[in-house]
Design a protein. Sequence first.
Lengths: 114, 112
Amino acid sequence: AQSVTQLDSQVPVFEEAPVELRCNYSSSVSVYLFWYVQYPNQGLQLLLKYLSGSTLVKGINGFEAEFNKSQTSFHLRKPSVHISDTAEYFCAVSDRGRDDKIIFGKGTRLHILP
Amino acid sequence: DAGVIQSPRHEVTEMGQEVTLRCKPISGHDYLFWYRQTMMRGLELLIYFNNNVPIDDSGMPEDRFSAKMPNASFSTLKIQPSEPRDSAVYFCASSISGGKAFFGQGTRLTVV
């Protein structure tokens, strides 16, 4: 069965510092991978997605993520964060070609410190 | 708490029929979100409510879709008439103001 693990429930980072939000998944088949962001009191927005091709995926707002099949990871990175990046970030996976169902991680709260 | 509860888990219907999806948010949560998910497009926000009032329905694809929240513990998403391209998994989520969203298990809709 699929599962998604976001290892950190909260990540505090100083403004302009780099950040990495970790995500690992388990699945017996090939997958699609997603990162979503939820700003306070808003719905989820898609940051980026990996469907196929290059393992380095660039998304909106300067975020990128790298798909590592051997480590079953899809960590999210940004080289320099801003106060406006304060939000909840969700990693998600769906089975390629089998199922439209998406499984979400529990989320990581990114706190930007001034 | 049992979490966000969606029903039915699976729905198969014929084109042209009305479909109603149901959601019970977590007690005490004042935000409720409806999403549609397909393999290629990922998750799309359809509409969300705050204190039972629709705040943003710009994601609703067309007039065939409507959503209501008659009270704090219940919401419906209705498609009338349904079309095959509406086939997807529909998620409901709820949150407390400023907090993270908790998702239901989803309803898989197949329109044939």
